[in-house]
Structure formats: C-alpha cells, structure tokens
Design a protein around this ligand. Structure first.
Ligand code: ATP
Length: 217
C-alpha cells in the first residue's frame, strides 16, 4: 500500500449488466496499490442509439447494491441513473468537480479495453483536465494503444509514481498491476441464456437475484 494520507476520490463507471468479479476483484487490488479508501460505483444510462442493457436501471442498481453489501471499500452513486439523458462521463465529472472544487484529487477507474477505446468517448480530450485515469488490466486486450498518436498521448500522461495521484488533482494515467479476470458481462449473459453456472463469475447473492427475477434467460 502506498504511504500517503490523501483521500483520492475514485469513481468507477459502467453498465454493470450485471456487475461481476471482473469489475470487483481488480479494483480491490487497485485500491490497495494506490491507497484508495473508497470507490464509488456509478452505473450509467445507456444512450438510446447503443444496444440497451438487458436489465433495467433499477435492477442494475440493485445488483450493484447486493454485490457491495458489507464491503466498505465500495459505495454506489446512482446520479447517472436518475437522469433522463444518456451518461457522458465528462459531464458527470464536471458536475462532481463543481461540488468538490478544483484541488481535490479525483480519479476515474477503467479497464484496459476502455482505455483503448477512450479517444472515442464524448469530449475525451477534456477528461484528463477533470481527473486522473486508473487503469486495470484486462485479459485479451493489447497493452499498447492502437495508433502512435494514442500511444504518445498515453506516454505523455503516464504517472511515474502513486504519489502523483495524491499530490496532483488531475491529469495522470496510472497503469495498475491488477490481477486478470477473464470475465465479461456479455459472456455471463450468454451463459445464463444457456443455463450454465456462473458461480466463479458473480457473487452468489447477485446470482440469486438474477434467478428470482428471471433476468438474462
Ligand atoms: P459488457 O460485456 O456488457 O460490454 P463489461 O463486462 O465490459 O460489459 P462494463 O460494465 O461495460 O462491463 O464495464 C465497466 C468497466 O469495468 C469498464 O471500464 C471495463 O473496462 C471494466 N471491466 C469490465 N470487466 C473487466 C475485467 N474482467 N477486467 C478488468 N476491467 C473490467
């Protein structure tokens, strides 16, 4: 664990359809590596032009609540689900910045697949003016960026120490050495459709909720 007392705020966005161990376990390891006291999970509204989640907003939110019950590292923020509009991370971060001020270190957690895709996000070039990015490893995704320009952007922003995440409010990308979990919500939904077990992939209480509500089958 890094020796620091700053309270780096960390957000973790996603569809969580459903939340699974590939979301939870790498972030638990990340929290130890960079001294995060709390991670706020923020399920998103999916823009209408994208494939819609199979579970509705309330069900996705409930599954997150069930998955993190009793784990003080995580808390839930449902602000994006409360909105009528699609979730754009940059807008949520701007809203949060207005609440916490410009000096508070703030980080947004993503998996390696999201980092590779980041330059397709709405107003992506603004993201690092609002937060740091903490990146968890994910099996099956390249560790280098797709283009030379993207790799240069990553190199220019890569954090050289954990301390920078605590002493600077924004602007760094930290590539964490987190354990790899070959789990995706897509694969879980497919397994459930075929009535295959998902015991090692999702918390058992979430599996029970899915069963009770006949989700994904
Ligand atoms: P889907 O298969 O439906 O696209 P997903 O499993 O990728 O979903 P999301 O809710 O889209 O999950 O992901 C939220 C965040 O969690 C993203 O930043 C993603 O990169 C990260 N993430 C998801 N699964 C993993 C995993 N197995 N390892 C590391 N990061 C992950």
């Amino acid at each position: 664990m890094a020796k620091t007392t700053s309270r780096l705020i960390a957000l973790y966005g996603g569809t969580f359809d459903p939340i699974h161990y590939g979301h939870l376990k790498p972030v638990e390891a990340l929290a130890k590596q960079v001294a995060l006291h709390q991670v706020t999970i923020m399920p998103n509204n999916v823009p209408p032009h994208r494939p819609q989640p199979r579970a509705d907003s309330q069900q996705r939110k409930t599954m997150v609540q069930i998955a993190i019950a009793g784990n003080p590292l995580f808390k839930l923020d449902d602000r994006e689900l409360q909105r009528e509009t699609p979730s754009y991370t940059v807008e949520t971060l701007e809203q949060l910045r207005a609440e916490i001020g410009s000096e508070q270190p703030l980080a947004f957690i993503v998996g390696q697949d999201s980092l590779l895709n980041l330059q397709r996000w709405h107003r992506w070039e603004t993201l690092l003016t609002l937060c740091h990015l903490l990146v968890c490893q994910r099996p099956g995704y390249s560790v280098s960026m797709d283009t030379i320009e993207e790799q240069q952007w990553l190199d220019a922003h890569q954090a050289s120490s954990v301390e920078q995440l605590h002493t600077q409010p924004v602007g760094k990308i930290y590539l964490a050495q987190t354990p790899m979990y070959d789990i995706s919500a897509t694969a879980i939904r497919q397994r459930l459709e075929h009535h295959l077990p998902c015991d090692d992939l999702i918390p058992s209480a979430v599996a029970e909720f899915i069963r009770q509500h006949h989700l994904y089958s």
